[in-house]
Design a protein around this ligand. Sequence first.
Ligand code: NI
Length: 186
Amino acid sequence: MPKRTGPLEMRLWGDPALRRPCRPVAAIDDALRRLALDMLETMYNANGVGLAAPQVGRDERLCVIDVPADAEKEEYVEANAAIPMPLVLVNPEILAREGEQTDEEGCLSFPSIHAPVTRADKVSFTFLDQHGERRTYTAHGLLARAVQHELEHLEGHVFIDNLPDKTPIAQKLDKLEAKTKRRLGL
Ligand code: NI
């Protein structure tokens, strides 16, 4: 395995990188594996359960997920146990969605901003792992939520796009966006 180079800079709301759709990964090589390791380190450092390439300013269709069993809803721990963590997802796609769940959601690119988001309760998804092997799983609960959240990032979408009403967090969003843009000179 390539050596990790350390945590990457987290892109925050207001950074145009979060709105850029990603391009499919053509080759799974050491550079991509290093990026995945760095993204995992960045995610763990920030106590997150998922991180997508745009959040570190990259445009590969790549995200990482690690939902620990003790963070999962009890009824889903067993159902998700067959899915080994952490997940490195290259060119992931959702194949099927089922059911519905609504829960508070956040994002490492939106520090201290949370809102209830309704998503599918169960998703089947397929991707290539860091060795280029095709994997297909069905996830439930928080893990299913994380998969949906991270894959959205790869389209240049973010979790607040799912909110029918952003009013309760509008002030925080505007403040963060303005601060980020000021820092970037935009
Ligand atoms: Ni996110």
